[in-house]
Design a protein around this ligand. Sequence first.
Ligand code: FES
Ligand SMILES: [Fe+2]
Length: 354
Amino acid sequence: MTTFARNQWYVAAYSREIGRELFPRTILGEPIVFYRTEAGEAVALADRCVHRRYPLSESTLDGDKIVCGYHGFTYDKAGSCVFVPGQTRIPRTARIPSYPLVEQDSFVWVWIGDHDKADPALIPRAPWLTDPAYTTVSGMEPLAARYDLLVDNLMDLSHETYLHGGYIGTPEVANTPITTEVDEEREVIYVSRHMADAECPSFYAKSTGIEGRITRWQDIEFHPPCLYLLHSRVAPVGVLPADDGTDPDAFHVEVVYAITPETEHSTHDFWAVARDFALDDEEVSRFLAESNRTVVLQDVRALDILEQVIQTEPEGYQELSINIDTGGLAARRFLKRMIERGQQSEQRQAAVRS
Ligand code: FES
Ligand SMILES: [Fe+2]
């Protein structure tokens, strides 16, 4: 039985990655081929020819149709086979699954599950990524580690002090207690850490130009299974938002991650950093892109090591959790629930079919 949460939206790619080339990516263990039609619509189909399972991503586009590179079975954008070689009759079962897609906030979201449940209104938003009031840098790093390890990592930022010292970590991150709130109904987890007087790490010192100590707020908002938002606020010590909620003297950075399982043991780690200052400063963009990628790669290295540890250890290892793990534990609980919901739905569908 699958350990993935099905009947959910996941980020499959950035919109910019999908064009007129056939683009393969595995999501929740399902090989998928993506492309755009001549009219620009993004399409996702199973990346396996129904005939002898040749990957359609190794094939060619003919207008909006894919011609299998092995024996020429031809599929339209809905996955229906419209041509087979050597005969006029097309078998009734000659079709491949298609996937619902939504392009929003610079991402291509794919629905993995029953099509009739694919409600675009369920997709959480990251509006900063396309808002002209922000400038965004972004990327994706492949992770040779299971999805849960990245969720754990992002839900507990105390690791910044140790794993990302010199980049985004300072002693105050690990030393400042967090508050955690869990919205059971909407299935959103909030973890906040407000540092009143903290050292300014190079990530913020170089990008904002602030000299000296800072007030630093980290407000996490995780929408399991995929979208993780870190609202980061940085200002000189003592500078707080005004009573009316405006905050003109602070620097705001929206750090967005999309966490998408590739297989049971690998994950797509999408990251984006949107800022509301130095909007046209390309040097700041370059610096933030390089720094954030370095930080992501530090996580990737640590999590790849952990994946190996887990795969080679005997069953029954007992982890020890403390206060900093509250958000991560809530995420695990929600994910378990989502996996179970997906499985129940699969069982119901199977029962209807049989
Ligand atoms: S495998 Fe695709 S046509 Fe034969
Ligand atoms: Fe990290």
